[in-house]
Design a protein around this ligand. Structure first.
Ligand SMILES: Nc1nc2c(ncn2[C@@H]2O[C@H](COP(=O)(O)OP(=O)(O)O)[C@@H](O)[C@H]2O)c(=O)[nH]1
Ligand SMILES: [Mg+2]
Length: 347
């Protein structure tokens, strides 16, 4: 599983409140029985997976979260108030990792809430220590400490490669021919519209995940259809395979399509993203263009498109998902681009 956005946080749950030493005040008796109550529990640190959130930007500027301590116990056997829990909302599909990189928590189910750091238990009041031999214990227990943890909060990507393009250009066919297996569903459970996913195996050690992201149509950024949600899926991929149909069989104009889809990406970038943007703007992400259906493409059309793309210095690969032409090359090319991207990242 790869990650595209991360922040580091220091988290601390509350300490338990101390127990209380107290004795009943009764007429004629100098010291009544013990009545010191227990301390309250310290506040928990809780993570909640929320559908409403799309990024981690709401943590900006805040790096430390601590839950308040429990309050001390009181006389008359009154328990101290518990410290209030701190609930940290994160987008569905967030992972919490330790400093050592170990996954401590995977928040992939919408609305799931997990107590991550428990608040310390409150100390027992002296009331608790009363026995037949000790009727007036003068001791109470301290509260238990809270927990302190440094963590990395990371947003899972849906896939390494998002396959984009208008309907019928061949996206589903491409994913079916380049991918060997379906990724483990549980890992990707967090997507609302479950895009069609596939694992592309390049070698025994190397594979990557592609997502066929349908529904990108003109006006998607304005919310046409489920446009915005599709765009949000696209946002959680690292690069795009932009598929154009050069056969003319579905009446598509490849270069117009190319411009229209890029226009949707640009328009989405310009929407208000103050609630969160994942990764870089869509228009700045790497795209590889696949000219699909070359088996059925009229030569003049194909050459025209190639010429135009070359003039604009746009990288492309000619393929046929139907005949398998250049499909291996496509896999290798995508893998290469992803490797370049991840080495750029680590620089
Ligand atoms: N001739 C030809 N047809 C293709 C090729 N790839 C896809 N198709 C056909 O194009 C149609 C649309 O493909 P599909 O994968 O469903 O497109 P999507 O809407 O982008 O997912 C289907 O009838 C496919 O069989 C190709 O390389 N050559
Ligand atoms: Mg499809």
């Amino acid at each position: 599983m790869k990650f595209i956005d991360e922040i580091k946080l220091q988290l601390q749950s509350g300490k338990g409140g101390p127990g209380c030493v107290s004795f009943r005040k009764e007429a004629h008796i100098p010291r009544g029985g013990p009545d010191g109550g227990d301390g309250g529990r310290g506040g928990h640190i809780i993570f909640k997976a929320s559908d409403r959130l799309n990024s981690l930007v709401h943590f900006q500027g805040r790096r430390k979260f601590s839950a308040p301590n429990g309050l001390p116990g009181m006389g008359s056997k009154m328990t101290g108030k518990d410290g209030e829990d701190v609930v940290l909302e994160v987008p569905v599909g967030t992972v919490i990792k330790s400093d050592q990189g170990e996954i401590l928590l995977d928040l992939s189910a919408p609305d799931s809430e997990v107590t991550f750091l428990k608040g310390g238990i409150g100390g027992k009041g002296n009331c608790f220590y009363k026995t037949s031999v000790n009727q007036a214990p003068g001791v109470a227990q301290k509260g238990m400490p809270g927990e302190l943890k440094n963590v990395t909060v990371e947003l899972k990507s849906i896939a390494d490669v998002g396959i984009i393009g208008f309907p019928s250009v061949g996206k589903s066919t491409i994913i079916s021919v380049i991918s060997a297996a379906r990724p483990k569903v549980a890992e990707y459970h967090f997507t609302t519209l479950s895009p069609n996913l596939g694992v592309v195996k390049v070698s025994d050690e190397q594979s990557f995940v592609v997502a066929d992201i349908p529904g990108l149509i003109k006006g998607a950024h304005q919310g046409t259809g489920l446009g915005i949600q599709f765009l949000r899926h696209i946002e959680r991929t690292k690069m795009f395979l932009h598929v154009l149909d050069v056969s003319g069989m579905s009446g598509r104009e490849p270069l117009e399509d190319f411009a229209d889809i890029n226009e949707e990406l640009r328009a989405y970038d310009q929407l208000d993203h103050s609630d969160g943007r994942i990764g870089s703007p869509l228009t700045e992400r790497k795209q590889l263009v696949a000219l699909n259906k070359v088996d059925a493409a009229p030569l003049e059309v194909l050459n025209g498109v190639k010429h135009q793309l070359q003039q604009k210095n746009i990288e492309f690969i000619e393929i046929s998902a139907a005949t398998g032409q250049n499909i291996d090359q496509l896999k290798f090319k995508l893998n290469e681009v992803l490797k370049d991207l991840s080495s750029e990242d680590s620089e």
